[in-house]
Design a protein around this ligand. Structure first.
Ligand SMILES: C[S@@+](CC[C@H](N)C(=O)[O-])C[C@H]1O[C@@H](n2cnc3c(N)ncnc32)[C@H](O)[C@@H]1O
Length: 223
């Protein structure tokens, strides 16, 4: 689903300078590199970078892995150096999401794009409640703290962070509205179930009424 929104940013034939901050083992980075773009993954984890290297070699593409982290990104790759930045699953774990967003905006070239994927708070509240952990669910309701699994964001908080960094948001997509709620055994039993679930997820991704149920929110913002 996230790739659906990203694909138009990466025309076949390459030419773009792309940074995947906290890109981990390179699931997205390798796909972008396969389209011919120059991709750098900056991640603090040596293990993740080693797995990225293996994955890139298996797929016969070049992805540059650099050990580093978001707060020092300007020193690692320099300001106004990148056409597209991917920041997926990282704002949850940084100390100060507002400062992190300012750094991300500064590494973008004018008209560059930032793809942001963050955990959405209310899905975690629902998940805790459905598991019978009602006190945990109640505590999560208004929590902006780093809990177990990192910080989670609401739609309005996400848009506030984007605006605070001086970026313009595109459409916010709901990601994994149902996927985490459906028992895996159901998908195994129902022929074509997995494909039908993907279609259902696509159908609700842009419907605002489903956003509070989404495990993650995705937005592409431009400078
Ligand atoms: C949840 S994983 C997401 C990986 C990848 N972006 C994805 O979407 O599959 C979080 C990644 O952020 C990295 N990370 C943790 N703290 C970071 C920081 N301060 N700056 C940059 N990356 C960080 C971790 O090493 C890990 O690879």
């Amino acid at each position: 689903m996230v790739w659906d929104a990203l694909e138009p940013l990466f025309p076949e034939g390459g030419g773009l300078e792309v940074l995947d901050i906290g890109g981990g083992t390179g699931g997205f980075a390798v796909r972008v590199a396969e389209r011919g773009h120059r991709v750098t993954v900056v991640d603090p984890s040596p293990d993740a970078l080693a797995a990225l290297d293996r994955r890139a070699r298996e797929r016969e593409v070049t992805v540059t892995g650099r050990q580093g982290e978001l707060s020092t990104l300007l020193e690692t790759i320099g300001p106004a150096s990148t056409d597209v930045v991917l920041c997926h699953g990282v704002l949850e774990v940084v100390e100060d999401a507002g400062s992190a967003m300012s750094v991300l905006a500064q590494v973008l070239r004018p008209s560059g794009s930032l793809s942001l994927l963050v955990a959405q708070r209310h899905a975690a509240v629902v998940a805790r409640a459905m598991a019978g952990h009602f006190e945990q669910a109640r505590a999560l309701l208004d929590s902006t703290d780093h809990g177990r699994g990192g910080r989670r964001f609401t739609h309005d908080e996400l848009l506030g962070l984007v605006a605070g960094a001086g970026l313009r948001p595109g459409v916010v997509h709901a990601v994994r509205v149902f996927a985490d709620l459906v028992p895996g055994s159901l998908l195994d039993l129902e022929p074509g179930g997995a494909a039908a679930l993907v279609e259902l997820e696509r159908a609700v991704a842009e419907r605002p009424e489903y956003r509070p149920l989404a495990a993650q929110l995705h937005v592409v913002a431009t400078r």
